[in-house]
Design a protein around this ligand. Sequence first.
Ligand code: B4P
Length: 183
Amino acid sequence: MKQRLLFLGPPGAGKGTQASLLCKSQDLRHLSTGDLLRSEVSAGSELGKEAEAVMNRGELVSDSLVLAIVKTQLKALKNQGWLLDGFPRNVAQAKAIDPLLQELSQPIEAVVLLELDDSVLIERMLLRGRADDNKSVILNRLEVYREQTAPLIRHYENLNLLVSVKAQGSVETVASRVKEVLN
Ligand code: B4P
């Protein structure tokens, strides 16, 4: 199975859920920028203070801040495969990480796009109930996804890296679809 992966998709599609399962079963390092940012927020660090207000509005944290976190994490990895979950969130982040991946001789092997209708996304996020999961923030996140993140679909299609997975159905059903496209 491929060892260096990106998970892409709208907020609430289940990127974090599927990434955790796959990383456990394949012994990959799970690098979720959302989780990394939330740990900074809980730790009350300067970085966390900067990120918290932005996340609670449903907007994207600055590229420089997110890139600094991702670069540190990737450089610390030795010979383990990895899965970047929720990163990149825009074309600028995608372009900025390329030179580092080249330097580390660790090119991306596949980009998994999780696809789901807005009505199901909204329902899942309202049930999840995180600090940034209220209706108006969710609608803003979907808008931000369409404007800033969705252009990455074309970007990775052009690089022949994109594989799409339907994200409706049970967690187990989606997990087996993900494994199928990565084999
Ligand atoms: P993330 O932490 O990435 O979260 P997400 O996109 O909202 O959710 P995800 O798709 O991972 O869904 P989940 O598995 O939880 O982003 C949060 C914020 O962080 C962003 O808005 C942004 O501000 C910031 N951020 C993160 N990365 C950034 C970056 N690179 N640049 C700038 N800012 C960044 O699933 C959702 C819910 O559905 C869960 O409750 C789950 O249990 C449930 N679920 C999952 N699969 C299901 C299934 N098959 N059936 C039923 N329920 C399911």
